[in-house]
Structure formats: structure tokens, C-alpha cells
Design a protein around this ligand. Structure first.
Ligand code: PNS
Length: 159
């Protein structure tokens, strides 16, 4: 059984993340969306909120499981018996960080393979932080995030 792990902050998930998840499920048997619990960062949405949002946005996809993890990704992957990480690439600037992350993970555990999926062109310019800024100033985010996340952002930034 081919299990992919798609780790990330997802604060919040964008349509770019959802697109990667949906395309990745075409080539795996099971995809675990793993939300990082990062105690060094103050997220906009709690892990519970992000987990709920992702479950709602992905509820039609039976291959997807949404969960969270803390600590090293390699340790989490060992725990669940997975060896394949999937990450999206939007631009050359992403590549540098992703290359480093993939090599560090491989160095920690040589069994781990990272697969990169190129973001669909319509989502190339999306980032969670930019979307939050637009939402904060009441801009239109309809085409950037799933409906449930748009509603959560509107609620968060209600004046
Ligand atoms: O959505 P993001 O913030 O780009 O995701 C980054 C993430 C969660 C994939 C990465 O920070 C991660 O795997 N963190 C867990 C800690 C870890 O294993 N770090 C390894 C490199 S030192």
C-alpha cells in the first residue's frame, strides 16, 4: 500500500494545497495530511481548527486522512510506517527550502523519499499569509480558499 504524507502548516489551507492533495490521491492508496504543531509559532488558527477545516474541505475524498504531529517529520513517519513525503512547488524560490528539507529528512532516515508536485498554474501565486492579509482587509478571497475556510477567515477577521 502506497501511503503518502503531506506535511505542512496549513494556516489555513489554500486551494493550492487542496489541488496538490487531490492530484496526489490519484497516485497513492492513502494520503495523510499532517498538520505540524509548531510551538515556536503563533498560528492564526489552532491545530484543532485547521484539522476541522481540512476535514470539511476534503470530506468527499475517501483516500485522505487528516491528522497532526509534533516533533520531527521523520519520527512521525516512522510511527505510522510511511516513507513518502509529498510537497508542492510553486516557484524556484520554494525549491531552495524544499531541497534542504528533503535532504535533511533523507539524511535522518534514508528510507524517506520526497516527491515534488508542481502547483497548478492557477494557484502558483497563492500563499496562506497573503490570503490572510487580503481577508484582514475584506478583500475577495473566493478563488483562493475552499468555502469553509473563507467563512473561518471572515469570522476571524470580523471587525
Ligand atoms: O507548510 P510549511 O510551513 O511549509 O511546512 C513545513 C513543514 C511542516 C513540512 C516542515 O517544517 C516540517 O516538516 N517540520 C517538522 C520538523 C522537522 O522534521 N524538520 C525537519 C527539517 S530540520
Amino acid at each position: 500500500m502506497k501511503i503518502f504524507v503531506y506535511p505542512g502548516s496549513f494556516d489555513p489551507a489554500t486551494k493550492g494545497h487542496i489541488d496538490i492533495i487531490e492530484r496526489a490521491t490519484n497516485i497513492c492508496d492513502k494520503l495523510i495530511v499532517a498538520i505540524l504543531v509548531n510551538n515556536n509559532k503563533k498560528p492564526t488558527f489552532s491545530v484543532e481548527e485547521r484539522e476541522k477545516q481540512l476535514k470539511e474541505a476534503l470530506k468527499g475524498n475517501s483516500k485522505v486522512e487528516v491528522t497532526s504531529f509534533s516533533g520531527l517529520l521523520v519520527d512521525f513517519m516512522k510511527e505510522i510506517n510511511a516513507t513518502i513525503v509529498i510537497r508542492g512547488l510553486r516557484a524556484v524560490s520554494d525549491f531552495e527550502v524544499e531541497f534542504q528539507l528533503a535532504l535533511l529528512n533523507k539524511n535522518q532516515n534514508p528510507d524517506i523519499e520526497t516527491l515534488f508536485m508542481i502547483t497548478s498554474p492557477e494557484y502558483l501565486y497563492l500563499s496562506s499569509s497573503m490570503i490572510k492579509e487580503i481577508a484582514m482587509y475584506n478583500g475577495n478571497i473566493d478563488s483562493y480558499v475552499p468555502k469553509c475556510i473563507k467563512e473561518a477567515l471572515e469570522k476571524k477577521y470580523v471587525k
